[in-house]
Design a protein around this ligand. Structure first.
Ligand SMILES: NC(=O)C1=CN([C@@H]2O[C@H](COP(=O)(O)OP(=O)(O)OC[C@H]3O[C@@H](n4cnc5c(N)ncnc54)[C@H](O)[C@@H]3O)[C@@H](O)[C@H]2O)C=CC1
Ligand SMILES: O=P(O)(O)OC[C@H]1O[C@](O)(CO)[C@@H](O)[C@@H]1O
Length: 379
């Protein structure tokens, strides 16, 4: 049986990527630090993926097991020897932490087999696999690096499926029915059900990140400010729906210009995604979708990059600036990054905060527009 090793047995790991490998006839070894999940995977050897929709539909996932990478490093290295695919869905900030162990597994593998291994990071981040690859290379000597280039293939990808926080007592995962997994390669690679291959990922990942993720983030931050709990509840507020659509028209104008997209098709894509967000069966919390605001306010991420790109192209970005202001007001005390932003604003002010986390010059037009909106939202 073909094997895949997947880092991160969380929502996307079990509910999307691991599930697709299992459906494609692979044995999936999940690697995670969550002992409870790993033990359950080894005891139950399967779980259900439940579709968040009115009619009940579940998919049985079989042929799975788990390894705890904190306590069983050698087992992870062994599993890397056996795998055809190595994937991650672990969070962009965790990639540097798992890279040293992956590097050890790859160093052993390239001396033992000519078989190719395909590495794909499935994270909400532009160039996540390139970033993972760099962290892996940083842990290898020059000779191993050269051998690695011949035998290990690294492909960037875009992953799109909404998977909310789950009941932690069960391995079962509730997911939205829709999904898209786009992988960039020109090679012929072993087929995986549900994987779409493209030669150039840039338009796909930017379209996805700056529509699905920008839209979702706007709802989360405005919803949080309005005292809402879930995404669908927030979208019951027509004023917020208008603001989301206006923001996505701004990212859309940039995407249409940059990638020569068909305008009508892109507007339909925006509408489709707003409908996806309204799925009440997901019961998706604004604090999950708004999580990790420092990452979300990063220069290349879903709010800042479309704003700075729009500004450079002479396109409007005022609704994006409003979204950034709302993100700066996300003071959820259980989110470490939200707490850090609030401390930074208190101690150093807004302009310095945006300079530090978003790479914006303190006197830039985007910064000025964000500060203007911040004052309005703050009331
Ligand atoms: N949930 C969603 O709807 C979507 C999430 N994504 C992306 O997928 C990635 C994963 O997101 P989720 O599955 O929602 O997160 P999650 O929190 O459900 O899963 C992450 C898993 O990684 C594990 N982990 C954390 N640190 C680790 C370490 N050092 N070593 C091994 N395992 C570790 C955690 O225990 C957890 O099981 C993120 O990059 C996210 O942006 C992308 C599309 C949709
Ligand atoms: O997973 P992140 O990057 O924290 O952001 C949450 C976002 O990603 C998703 O999980 C889906 O791509 C959405 O639910 C949301 O837009």
């Amino acid at each position: 049986m073909k094997k895949a090793i997947h880092f991160g047995a969380g929502n996307i790991g079990r509910g999307f990527i691991g599930a697709l490998f299992s459906e494609s006839g692979y044995h999936v070894t999940f690697v995670d630090v969550a002992n409870q999940v790993i033990n359950k995977l080894n005891e139950e050897k399967g779980y259900q993926v439940k579709l968040a929709q009115s009619q009940e539909e579940t998919i049985a996932i079989t042929n799975v097991s788990g390894i705890n990478n904190r306590t069983h490093e050698n087992d992870v290295i062994e599993a890397i020897q056996q795998a055809t695919y190595l994937t991650t869905a672990i969070g962009p900030n965790i990639l540097p932490l798992i890279a040293p162990l992956i590097a050890r597994g790859l160093a052993k593998r390239i001396t033992a087999t000519e078989d190719k291994l395909y590495v794909i990071a499935c994270e909400n981040q532009i160039g996540a696999t390139d970033i993972l690859k760099q962290h892996i290379l940083d842990n290898l000597d020059e000779e191993t690096k050269t051998q690695l280039e011949e035998k290990i293939c690294f492909f960037n990808s875009a992953v799109d499926r909404i998977v909310p926080i789950q009941n932690q007592d069960s391995l079962d995962v509730l997911v939205e029915p829709y999904y898209e997994w786009v992988v960039e390669t020109t090679e012929d690679i072993p087929p995986v059900t549900g994987m779409t291959i493209v030669k150039d990922l840039a338009p796909f990942i930017e379209r996805k990140l700056f529509t699905v993720n920008t839209g979702h983030a706007v709802i989360a931050y405005l919803g949080y400010l309005a005292g809402k709990t879930t995404i669908d509840e927030t979208l019951g507020d027509e004023e917020i729906v208008r603001e989301v659509r206006a923001t996505l028209k701004e990212t859309g104008a940039y995407l249409i210009k940059q990638y020569k997209l068909d305008e009508a098709e892109h507007l339909a894509y925006i509408d489709k995604n707003i409908e996806r967000f309204k799925n009440a069966y997901l019961n998706d919390g604004v604090t999950r979708v708004g999580r990790a605001p420092i990452r979300k306010l990063g220069p290349e991420d879903r709010l800042i990059r479309p704003a700075t790109q729009a500004q450079k192209a002479g396109l409007p970005y005022t609704h994006l600036a409003n979204a950034v202001a709302a993100a700066l007001l996300f003071d959820y005390p259980e989110d470490e990054e939200a707490v850090e932003i609030q401390e930074m604003i208190r101690e150093h002010g807004l302009a310095e905060t945006l300079q530090k986390f978003s790479g914006l010059a303190e006197d830039s037009d985007v910064t000025k527009e964000v500060i203007r909106h911040y004052k309005v939202l703050q009331g």
